[in-house]
Design a protein. Structure first.
Length: 347
């Protein structure tokens, strides 16, 4: 049954490319106001961080997050696996360890058999099994398009919490996965793709960012986040702006998925590429024709972004080798200037 049904044909968007554009989201959220104070809320939505964090006052804090989207691949099991990996990432990006998940399912019951939804849940369960957590329940609705994701809770030692707005001047910027999943999955939706390229994208989208748990214990990692729908530019910008710093982003050092230039030459890219750029262009300097499409490309289940003390570069890279974490240095933070991100096209 899975081979007969292509899930991407039942949705208008795909993966984290379904996100509301940053500028529109900022406008939506600007109207929220509350006079209440919550001292235990260590991380809320005021800093655009990856998850909320609540101090349990016993040396630990609770991390809570939710993430869901429309199908990014045709296979139901793989869709569930990618969605689960992506949702768990927000806990890892705060330095925590997931403990439990709840499923979020929207299903067009008149269009797609229930058995296909079972495969989606099976894919998600396989990932949660790897993370050693249960899917302990959830909620479902009848919807016009298939939707799936998880609400995830995790724990972290309070003094190990990693935020996205605490980078320091001189820190080096590292990334742990190649970018380009938005371009490749758009090619899949348009039925103009090389199968090996799609398999590479799937491989990376189903790799857990569980390194975030041990990375949080390293005091020289000053800030941490992950790369999703707002693209590498958007999430780097959140780190820089929140830390009152700028970033030199060295484009030749940024890892890209294989064969990405093949799709770029055909001008295959997601709609959210342009919406991302519309939100960030005021803060970017030096972007080129290729980097425009890759750095604005909305990622699904992308890698971790880390701000690392430059004096600990050797120690950090040794730790990455020990844990087989493919972290690549792609830039450096410096004192805030006229533009928050300076893209260096040649090195």
């Amino acid at each position: 049954m899975q081979s007969e049904i292509a899930l991407t044909e039942y949705s208008h968007g795909a993966g984290c490319g379904c996100k509301i554009a940053p500028a529109a989201l900022e406008k939506i959220l600007s109207g929220r106001k509350s006079n209440l104070s919550f001292p235990n809320l260590l991380v809320g939505n005021e800093t655009n961080d990856d998850a909320a964090v609540w101090d349990l006052q016993n040396g630990q804090s609770l991390i809570s997050t939710t993430d869901f989207f429309l199908p990014i691949v045709n296979d139901a099991f793989t869709f569930g696996a990618i969605a689960a990996t992506n949702a768990l990432s927000d806990v890892y990006a705060m330095g925590g360890k997931p403990i439990m998940a709840l499923a979020i399912l929207g299903w067009p019951v008149e269009k797609l058999p229930a058995e296909v939804a079972q495969h989606v849940l099976a894919g998600a369960t396989s990932v949660c099994d790897k993370a050693n957590i249960p899917i302990a329940g959830g909620h479902s609705i009848d919807s016009q398009e298939p939707i799936f994701g998880l609400s995830v809770n995790g724990l972290v030692a309070t003094h190990h919490i990693k935020k996205n707005n605490t980078a320091q001047e001189g820190d080096l910027l590292y990334i742990t996965k190649p970018i380009g999943t938005g371009i490749i999955t758009t090619a899949l939706k348009r039925k103009d793709f090389v199968q090996e390229d799609v398999q590479q994208a799937i491989y990376w989208m189903t790799q857990l960012n569980d390194a975030g748990t041990w990375l949080s214990e390293l005091p020289y990692i000053h800030a941490l986040t992950d790369v999703t729908g707002f693209a590498l530019l958007g999430h780097t910008l959140e780190m820089a702006k929140g830390s009152n710093l700028s970033v030199n982003l060295v484009y030749p050092q940024i890892p890209l998925l294989p064969n990405l230039s093949h799709y770029i030459q055909k001008m295959i890219y997601p709609d959210n590429t342009m919406r991302n750029w519309s939100s960030y262009q005021h803060a970017i300097k030096g972007i080129g024709s290729e980097s425009f499409l890759t750095l604005n490309d909305p990622q699904t289940s992308g890698g971790l972004l880390l701000a690392v003390d430059k004096n600990e570069k050797t120690a950090f890279e040794k730790q990455c080798l020990t844990h087989t974490l493919p972290a690549v240095c792609i830039g450096e933070f410096f004192k805030e200037n006229d533009s928050l991100i300076h893209i260096i096209e040649a090195r």
